[in-house]
Design a protein around this ligand. Structure first.
Ligand SMILES: Nc1ncnc2c1ncn2[C@@H]1O[C@H](COP(=O)(O)OP(=O)(O)OP(=O)(O)O)[C@@H](O)[C@H]1O
Ligand SMILES: [Mg+2]
Length: 198
């Protein structure tokens, strides 16, 4: 059984991007990624890597004001940003539901704002700022650039298609490798609030 949860500490933007790239290499049509994390947590940085993993030649930028950017590649990538969407439910009105789970890979920034409309199974990617604690074996981080990145498959749906998608997401997660400047950590079992991890 493929593991359905992983957690990493990424020390640099390049490491966050490389994790996204590693994941992207394993994803196929229908994958939906729910990106969670506060302002500047690294959601767009992660999607930039994802696009590279999907062999997209396109430049990735935050679709904060346009809601959706579409990039080419081995599989199309639909990049949503729901930051502004919650108030007027423009996420649904824009036809987002028709993209999600369709022929492409979808990545939704600020996914918590449109949670009721996200399909399952999906892959939840939560990024948090992670100032490194000054422990006995670890020097304090001179620049607080580290991010904790937690990934898990959210189960849901019924029938063989949902089961196949959940298995594909779990397999992509399983294939994820920590790049340089990142290390794997145990996935927190108890749902520790963001920012309080050690
Ligand atoms: N380890 C890291 N991983 C990702 N980004 C990092 C890291 N360290 C520093 N950064 C910086 O943090 C910023 C992250 O910006 P990014 O646009 O990816 O965040 P975001 O979560 O998409 O923000 P927004 O909420 O505005 O959409 C970038 O300036 C990046 O260089
Ligand atoms: Mg962003």
């Amino acid at each position: 059984m493929a593991s359905a949860e992983r957690a990493f500490l990424a020390r640099t933007p390049a490491a966050t991007e490389a994790l996204g790239e590693s994941l992207g290499r394993g994803l196929g049509p229908g994958a939906v990624l729910a990106l969670l994390g506060e302002l500047g947590a690294g959601k767009t940085t992660f999607v930039r890597g994802l696009a590279r993993g999907l062999e997209s030649p396109d430049a990735v930028s935050s679709p904060t004001f346009t809601l959706l950017h579409e990039y080419g590649g081995r599989v199309p990538l639909f990049h949503f940003d729901a930051w502004m969407a919650a108030r007027e439910e423009s996420f649904l009105q824009s036809g987002a539901a028709e993209y999600l789970g369709g022929e492409g890979v979808s990545a939704v920034e600020w996914a918590d704002r449109v949670a009721p409309w996200l399909p399952a199974p999906r892959l939840e990617v939560e990024l948090t700022h992670a100032p490194l604690p000054a422990g006995p074996e670890e020097a304090p981080d001179p620049v607080p650039a580290a991010r904790r990145i937690r990934l898990r498959v959210v189960a849901g749906g019924t029938g063989p298609a949902a089961a196949a998608l959940a298995a594909a997401l779990a397999a992509a997660l399983e294939a994820l490798r920590a790049p340089p400047d990142a290390r794997e950590e145990p996935f927190p079992a108890g749902g520790t609030p963001a920012g309080e991890l050690r």
